[in-house]
Design a protein around this ligand. Structure first.
Ligand code: SAH
Length: 214
């Protein structure tokens, strides 16, 4: 059996597992079914790539668990051509899933070595988000406003600058809370000055840190 064929089978089983865990958005399931997650891991981990687990990607950071990526992507209600800001590029896996969903992705990473690595690697797989090195707390004011914002690190509070960079009618999905555990939170901008906030289940992310790390 060819290696890629084997991975395809594993990926199909991962998607079925996500369905059982409650992911219902078919477009999200298809996107996860299309992204070669084994390519995002160090080769020593690649045989575990389709387990529903987070893995280290270097610099003390992780590639999120597929369930978490699917859950956040589902809450984001991605439409084709949505302009999406992602905070925390990391391995680039979440960005690849958003691109599979037809979004235009702007992704920002504060860790220089991860930024350098992913900027080289993702285009090799055919994924072309716009990459930025910087502090996600600031967002990307010159490129906003965005239809959607997704934060993939644990935020102690909802950053004001990110709220300001949402379009009216736009959504932000962000894990909010202390180091040990965060609540997945959906912020909808309903008018210039009003936001509706909905709280979902518990997750554990690596912390959203201030400033950049070179
Ligand atoms: N979306 C990633 C998840 C990576 S883990 C993936 O699919 O693999 C979270 C990432 O957020 C880490 O790479 C970390 O360096 C980054 N991060 C943490 N605080 C940040 C900030 N303030 N601005 C930008 N990136 C940040």
């Amino acid at each position: 059996m060819s290696e890629s064929f084997q991975y395809k089978g594993q990926r199909r089983r991962l998607v079925e597992g996500l369905r059982i865990k409650g992911i219902t958005d078919e477009a999200v399931l298809d996107a996860i079914g299309n992204v070669p997650r084994h390519r995002f891991l160090e080769s020593s981990f690649s045989k575990f790539a389709y387990k529903d687990q987070a893995f280290p990607i270097g610099s003390g950071q992780t590639i999120s668990q597929p369930f978490t990526v699917a859950y956040q992507s589902q809450l984001l209600k991605v439409q084709r051509h949505d302009k999406i800001l992602e905070v925390g590029t990391g391995s680039g896996y979440q960005a690849a899933v958003l691109l599979e969903l037809g979004a235009q992705v702007y992704t920002i990473e504060r860790h220089k070595s991860l930024y350098n690595k992913v900027q080289q690697f993702l285009p090799e797989l055919g994924y072309h988000p716009r990459f930025f090195f910087g502090d996600g707390y600031q967002g990307l004011p010159t490129y906003g406003p965005f239809d959607k914002i997704i934060v993939t690190a644990a935020a102690p509070h909802i950053p004001e600058k990110l709220k300001e960079q949402l379009k009216v009618g736009g959504l932000m999905v962000i894990p909010v809370g202390p180091y040990e555990r965060q609540k997945m939170t959906v912020v909808k901008r309903i008018s210039e000055n009003r936001y509706d906030i909905k709280i979902h289940g518990d997750f554990v992310f690596v912390p959203m840190l201030k400033g950049t790390d070179i």
